[in-house]
Write a protein that binds this ligand. Structure first.
Ligand code: DTR
Length: 340
């Protein structure tokens, strides 16, 4: 009897050891995911990335581990989407405005349609994505989307009137560049990480973006004027390699799905709050002056933007994209999230 028990326990231990060596049967350890981002670590796209990583690791009890790569160390601003499709990283964060022709539907949120802040912008963009499921994203799994706060002009020279902005080289991308053009500026397109050098070298006299960058890129040290225009937001997407997504267990997929809207809202609130902190720092410690356009002047600036919406609608419709309906939806979602 004793002998049988000994033999059985030896067999049992041997089985455990063998099973442990067979991949797939043994508990395979945590699922490791890489997450690439293009701007430097202190900027909002990376702050939201770290928050998502922390949430995922907590909600999965460490079953999923996320390794983050800020600062373009794994993929850069312009090859993010293709890099994720190719599997160079599992997850990537991209600014859709840097490829305006590729993300036509979601970039419609950069039209002058009066999105008032980053929270509303993020929820509107996420709803727009879910309603239209644009073909531009068919090769990836979209985890979330969000936007910046509205854009304003940061410059080395004071800009108070349309005369002041005429012919001035200002950096912007995508829909925002069209707006600068309508105001008579000379838009110079480049991703955000290239902007510090362009400002230092004098290639541009300023930029048009949300004001978080005054602090996070220290632009307040060079741009001593901010002209408040409260115009367009920039849309972002976080995408995942499709094969990698398909390989995830269902409980993990569910956690990622739950985080879709939550991460959009979290980032919207973070951006709106951070813009206020950034401007506080800029005005109090860097001597930055804020220029408010007079009502009459603002009316002139706004009027110049009217044709942009109509031009976008007709060019979208010509490509078979329902431009009219998209603009109508963006306006309706905006009103809804403003509580109107
Ligand atoms: N406004 C867009 C996007 C943007 C705003 N803040 C940051 C910080 C880091 C990277 C991109 C952005 C832009 O001008 O590119």
């Amino acid at each position: 009897m004793k002998k049988v028990a000994v033999i059985l326990s030896v067999v049992f231990v041997a089985m455990i050891v063998m099973v442990g060596m067979v991949p797939g049967i043994a508990s395979a350890g945590p699922i490791k995911l890489t997450y690439a981002n293009f701007p430097p670590a202190p900027t909002f796209p990376c702050v939201q990335m770290e928050r998502w990583k922390k949430e995922v690791e907590r909600r999965t009890n460490g079953k999923v581990l996320v390794q983050t790569f800020p600062g373009g160390t794994l993929l850069g601003a312009k090859n993010m989407m293709d890099g994720i499709i190719a599997g160079q990283a599992d997850i990537g964060c991209l600014c859709m405005a840097y490829q305006p022709g590729r993300f036509v539907i979601t970039n419609a949120t950069s039209l002058p349609l009066g999105i008032p802040n980053a929270l509303v912008g993020s929820l509107v963009l996420w709803d727009l994505y879910k309603r239209y499921k644009p073909a531009a994203f068919s090769k990836v799994k979209v985890l979330t989307m969000f936007t910046t706060a509205p854009s304003n002009i940061m410059s080395k020279i004071p800009i108070r009137t349309l005369e002041d902005i005429k012919g001035v080289n200002l950096r912007a991308s995508g829909g925002a560049a069209q707006i600068l053009k309508a105001w008579g500026a000379n838009p110079v397109g480049m991703p955000m990480p290239s902007t510090p050098e362009a400002l230092e070298k004098g290639v541009v006299k300023g930029l048009f973006s949300s004001l978080d960058v005054m602090k996070d890129f220290k632009f307040a040290e060079m741009c001593k004027y901010v002209t408040m225009t409260n115009s367009v937001i920039y849309p972002f997407a976080v995408v995942m390699n499709k094969g990698k997504w398909n390989s995830l267990p269902d409980d993990v997929k569910q956690i990622f799905e739950d985080l879709g809207t939550q991460q959009a809202a979290w980032t919207g609130v973070y951006n709106d709050t951070h813009v206020r902190k950034s401007m506080d720092w800029s005005t109090k410690t860097q001597g930055v002056k804020v220029i408010e356009l007079s009502e009459a002047e603002k009316a002139k600036w706004d009027k110049l933007l009217d044709p942009i919406r109509n031009k976008w609608i007709s060019s979208a419709e010509a490509k078979g994209i329902p431009g009219q309906a998209i603009v109508r939806d963006i306006k309706a979602f905006t009103r809804m999230y403003e509580g109107k």
